[in-house]
Design a protein around this ligand. Structure first.
Ligand SMILES: Nc1ncnc2c1ncn2[C@@H]1O[C@H](COP(=O)(O)OP(=O)(O)O)[C@@H](O)[C@H]1O
Ligand SMILES: Nc1ncnc2c1ncn2[C@@H]1O[C@H](COP(=O)(O)OP(=O)(O)O)[C@@H](O)[C@H]1O
Ligand code: SF4
Ligand SMILES: [Mg+2]
Ligand SMILES: [Mg+2]
Lengths: 272, 272
């Protein structure tokens, strides 16, 4: 049985950095992993391959959307620790829809017979809008994970994501496996105070804390996962991903969140 | 003739802060202004009113989408310097579409006879996705303005916005009036070096520079425009908005941008 994960969060919050290092940690534990980037930036898999790969939409455009003319290797590459990588890409600027892009990608996986080939399939999805289109990965996912940091904007986006998971859980199998706290800084950033408050209010938990660390920033720029770097602080940075991989493979939380009202969140998390 | 402006930019870049202070500057020069927030966060007009107003979708929901039961005052409020404010809101989390929300809002403006009542109508729109839905304001706009700061992520979003403006300019009147540089920091943030490079490449210009200043951050938190604050640095912060208002009222640039390719932008702006 393939485990489908959907990693969501506000743009720039660290979804791709987290996804790539989580995929690496899962693969190092022996899992066969496919990571699918669903962000117009199409740089989700860069830390795993060191390259910007062509998106599904780019490749389909080249063959005028004749699926039968595409080979698997045109869209699926192999990265660090054998993680397979695929970039769905974003809707064409000004006209497309995020939902269509994800739908086309899942169709291709079925046509290639890849849909059930992996132990874990991980969607890395932009979570700023949470419209019908960008929620499509929730139709396939077993678990959603929300990445946020200890600030209002990313928590506001996390609350809308909880709303989407709550709604989708009525008709689909998806459940919330928790909040991943990124850029955690106990000295200057308040640790996870706001995140803990938010998680408690919506009925979930912070299941991983990833430190704000320059090594993480530089690994991303270098197109490498944290597991490939030789640095005294490597273990501080890789441990949260190993623990997260362990948590997900051994039966994570499976909750239906109770999101806060829009006004309530401004009061509780203090957007002001 | 009403001047329609569409202000776009990545989430958290400072669209609402900029829109509210620009609306205020325009109103203080005598223009009748309507500001329309088109972001799920629906806090675009907060600096003008000090309140979170109900969104069009909230209000329509209450009357089961019977437009005829809504009064103007249910959705249009009055803020600082007489600026009229309206929050379109975002697509319902998990199911709606950004395009539908904006379409409903414009329909209401026509029904209330407001579409041509103002000197300036300003749309404040989330620019992370630039899909068909969130591009709808470009169908009504005379000018698009893109807010970015001197970093890769916001410039990547700006490039996709240029792509959308280029495409829309074939069938609609919209043209690009330039880039607004926000959070400009000459000491620590590199000034506008990357933005100038980007603007030159796509055939536009940086038309305003708004400093990174704690007074701007605090004004937003306080629910006030910069024009209402009594502080020695007030003039440094309000001047860019007055100059921008002057520029827009006196015939701005009207360009069709030539966006960079996705790969090119990673190389030139150095996402890595
Ligand atoms: N824990 C962290 N510590 C330091 N920098 C980080 C951390 N997580 C992410 N970053 C940096 O933040 C930027 C955005 O990360 P990215 O993973 O691309 O975000 P997203 O995929 O959500 O848009 C990158 O430059 C990355 O290096
Ligand atoms: N020039 C600036 N200097 C300092 N802080 C700023 C500046 N512009 C915006 N901010 C802060 O950035 C945050 C996001 O701004 P906001 O206008 O809400 O962004 P958006 O509407 O693009 O999501 C706010 O907390 C605001 O105070
Ligand atoms: S559903 Fe979402 S991604 Fe699709 S067009 Fe609408 S706002 Fe854009
Ligand atoms: Mg990403
Ligand atoms: Mg805003």
């Amino acid at each position: 049985m393939t485990l489908f994960l959907a990693i969501y969060g506000k743009g720039g919050i660290g979804k791709s950095t987290t996804s790539a290092n989580l995929s690496a940690a899962l693969a190092l534990k022996g899992a066969r992993v496919l990571q699918i980037g669903c962000d117009p930036k199409h740089d989700s898999t860069f830390p795993l391959t060191g390259h910007l790969q062509n998106t599904v939409i780019d490749v389909l455009n080249e063959v005028n959307f004749h699926h039968e003319e595409i080979e698997v290797d045109d869209v699926v590459k192999v990265g660090f620790a054998g993680v397979n990588t695929l970039e769905a890409g974003g809707p064409p600027a000004g006209s497309g829809c995020g939902g269509y892009v994800v739908g086309e990608t899942v169709k291709l996986l079925h046509e290639f017979g890849l849909y059930n080939k992996y132990d874990v399939i991980l969607f890395d999805v932009l979570g700023d809008v949470v419209c019908g289109g960008f929620s499509v990965p929730l139709n396939y996912a077993d678990y959603a994970l929300i990445i946020a940091c200890n600030d209002f904007d990313s928590i506001f986006a996390a609350n809308r994501l909880c709303l989407a998971v709550e709604q989708k859980s009525e008709r689909y199998k998806v459940r919330l496996a928790g909040i991943i706290a990124n850029r955690v800084d106990h000295e200057l950033g308040g640790g996870t105070t706001l995140l803990d408050e938010f998680a408690a209010r919506v009925g979930t938990r912070v299941v991983a804390q990833i430190p704000y660390h320059d090594l993480i920033r530089r690994s991303r720029l270098a197109g490498k996962t944290l597991f490939e770097l030789d640095h005294p602080d490597q273990v501080i940075c890789t441990t949260p991903f190993e623990q997260l991989a362990e948590y997900l493979l051994n039966g994570p939380l499976a909750e239906v969140p109770q999101p806060m009202g829009d006004r309530e969140i401004f009061e509780v998390i203090g957007g002001w």
